[in-house]
Design a protein around this ligand. Structure first.
Ligand code: DX5
Ligand code: ZN
Length: 216
């Protein structure tokens, strides 16, 4: 069974509590896209918003840090209510140190890989990770099309994980929808992030249920 982490980026920012309530009993986590206007060409929301919505949701907060120098802010995100903290391999000079810092904060540690980044960068760290987030679009915006080459990367990460870390969550982010989800899960993903395919729909709860049924 695939897990679904709806991305709040596609929710109505004027009615966050209302939108979160719609998915609270159906989602497996809530994906929070943090963008700094430097690592990615967009600015989203930050620590005060996470703190505020922490009061209205019991879902695990799956925080995707699309920011430069993420290690500077890890403690602040953990204190705001993050449960999983995912940093980009491309934004860290000392990935090993950053991953262990996340674990010391009692959060689940994840590494995200941009579409051009090889899975080789996690080879010597994979056993320490809770999650790998494969970007299947160039990060920065919701509603983009799935990049097909990501499927091969997911398969390779699944093979690596089966050898040394079978509990690793392989997550996929970007362009996951009713047309792509089955291939993504077949390739080895156990968690799918979906923004427009959930919050972009009239009934987000039904959308989550439908995505799950499309996985054969
Ligand atoms: C993209 C973000 C994604 C985004 C996904 O930079 O990391 O989480 O919200 O949106 P969809 O599912 O619409 O591609
Ligand atoms: Zn994301």
């Amino acid at each position: 069974m695939v897990l679904i982490s709806p991305s709040l980026l596609s929710a109505d920012f004027a009615n966050l509590e209302e939108d979160i309530n719609k998915i609270e009993d159906y989602a497996d986590a809530l994906h929070l896209d943090i963008m700094d206007g430097s690592f990615v060409p967009n600015i989203s929301f930050g620590i005060p918003v996470i703190k505020a919505i922490r009061k209205v949701s019991k879902l695990p907060f799956d925080v995707h840090l699309m920011i430069n120098n993420p290690s500077t802010y890890l403690e602040a995100f953990a204190n705001a209510g993050a449960d999983w903290l995912t940093v980009h391999a491309e934004s860290c000079n000392h990935l090993h140190r950053t991953v262990h810092k996340i674990k010391e904060l009692n959060c689940k540690a994840g590494i995200s890989l941009n579409p051009h980044t090889s899975e080789e960068v996690i080879k010597y760290l994979i056993k320490d990770l809770d999650l790998v987030l494969v970007m299947s679009v160039n990060p920065g915006f919701g509603g983009q099309s799935f990049i097909n080459e990501s499927l091969e990367k997911i398969k390779r990460i699944k093979e690596m994980a089966d050898e040394v870390n079978p509990d690793l969550i392989i997550a996929v982010d970007g362009g996951v929808n009713s047309k792509t989800i089955n291939e993504v899960v077949k390739a080895g993903a156990s968690l799918c992030v979906a923004g427009s395919a959930v919050f972009g729909k009239v009934n987000p709860a039904e959308a989550i249920k439908e995505l799950k049924t499309l996985v054969k």
